[in-house]
Design a protein around this ligand. Structure first.
Ligand SMILES: Cc1cc2nc3c(=O)[nH]c(=O)nc-3n(C[C@H](O)[C@H](O)[C@H](O)COP(=O)(O)OP(=O)(O)OC[C@H]3O[C@@H](n4cnc5c(N)ncnc54)[C@H](O)[C@@H]3O)c2cc1C
Length: 325
């Protein structure tokens, strides 16, 4: 009897797992995703800034798996995992599994700030990138029509919250657009009245990266005219004003949120199995803590490898390197 593996989430992690199990006669695989396409997040900022089309970084799942004999696709949003009956519930039907792999990735973390969550513009999915692109293009048009120069300038203010790789890339792209494209294509707009801010709560940009990357990104963006504000966090966003932790506020209709992520919530996974950043705790085999036949891979999981491998190895009597999954 073939075992049925359900993989929820066709991002990097889910697709790589499928590639390694494709055409393996022992398994029937069902990929579940809420979208019908895989996409490449590292280039999403280019979609948001109109440099490339969404179709340049996305590809239909069905076309991708059409050559794999043992893989099927089910489009649906995961609602719940019912481990007792080995079932997943989606908004388009329920499916049974022998093994379940959760690969749903992360979502934007708004740190509990409701106004920010409601009104800021995140950039984690193609839908969000397209929304951001349209918002910026329409705001530019509004600024071009506005005869009041000061008001037009304020309309073009952009605040990016989060100086990690996404915020830095986006700031660079927008600054270059302002310098080289807006000047030609929007002659009605008086340049120099608006500002592009990049804000981070930490003392450097790109904090997990090398000192050289931190320094170079800072200097390059500064040269491009980006106003970098460090050691300050966004506290609220009220009436188109970004409120900062040092008491300052910045008027803008465009607050772009690139400030961090948390694991996606998976109802049915007990809270004991959820760790820092809402990541699902897994052992050395990526099996979810305290659950059988449910695994988590990619950004949604937090792996405590050594501890769990040795635990399982001792319970099977095998050495940690020879214990097989
Ligand atoms: C703007 C941006 C730039 C990045 N740049 C880089 C980079 O340069 N280098 C790098 O290494 N990493 C980069 N990353 C991080 C990288 O994209 C992630 O580490 C990677 O995508 C994680 O893969 P994953 O499969 O765990 O999750 P994801 O790629 O997020 O995939 C999750 C999948 O689950 C699906 N899904 C979510 N919720 C549900 C649900 N309820 N039901 C069904 N399906 C669902 C989604 O549709 C998606 O297909 C970047 C991320 C972003 C957002």
């Amino acid at each position: 009897m073939k075992k049925h593996i359900i993989i929820v989430g066709g991002g990097f992690a889910g697709i790589n797992l499928i590639k390694s199990l494709k055409n393996d006669e022992r398994f029937e695989i069902t990929l579940i995703d809420k979208n019908n396409y895989h996409f490449f997040p590292p280039l999403i900022y280019q979609v948001a800034t109109s440099f490339i089309q969404a179709s340049n970084i996305s590809y239909p799942f069905r076309r991708m798996i059409s050559k794999f004999r043992n893989v099927r696709f089910h489009m649906g949003n995961l609602i719940k995992v019912v481990s007792e009956t080995k079932t997943v519930e989606t908004d388009t039907g329920n499916l049974s599994y022998d093994y379940l792999v959760l690969a749903l990735g992360t979502e934007s973390n708004f740190f509990g700030m409701e106004n920010v969550q409601r009104c800021a513009l995140p950039m984690k999915s193609i839908t969000e990138a397209l929304y951001l692109r349209n918002h910026m293009l329409l705001t530019l048009e509004e600024a071009a029509r506005n005869k009041d120069m000061k008001a037009a300038g304020l309309l073009q203010n952009i605040v990016i919250a989060g100086g990690g790789p996404t915020g830095v890339e986006l700031a660079g792209m927008l600054a270059e657009m302002g310098k080289y494209i807006a000047e030609k294509e929007y002659p009605e707009i008086k340049l120099g009245l608006s500002n592009l801010y990049l804000i981070d709560a930490l003392p450097t940009l790109l904090s997990p990266m090398s000192e050289m990357a931190q320094k170079t990104s800072y200097e390059t963006l500064e040269k491009l005219g980006v106003k970098i504000i460090l050691n300050v966090s966004v506290k609220d966003y009220i009436d188109n004003k970004v409120i900062l932790s040092d008491g300052r506020s910045i008027e803008t209709e465009t607050l772009i949120w690139t400030s961090g992520v948390i694991g996606r919530e998976v109802p049915g996974i007990p809270k004991e199995a959820i760790g820092r950043g809402r990541r699902i705790l897994v052992d050395g085999y990526n099996e979810v803590e305290g659950m059988r036949n449910i695994y988590a891979v990619g950004d949604i999981c937090l792996q405590l490898t050594e501890k769990k491998i040795s635990k399982r190895a001792s319970s099977t009597g095998a050495g940690s390197h020879t214990a097989s999954a």
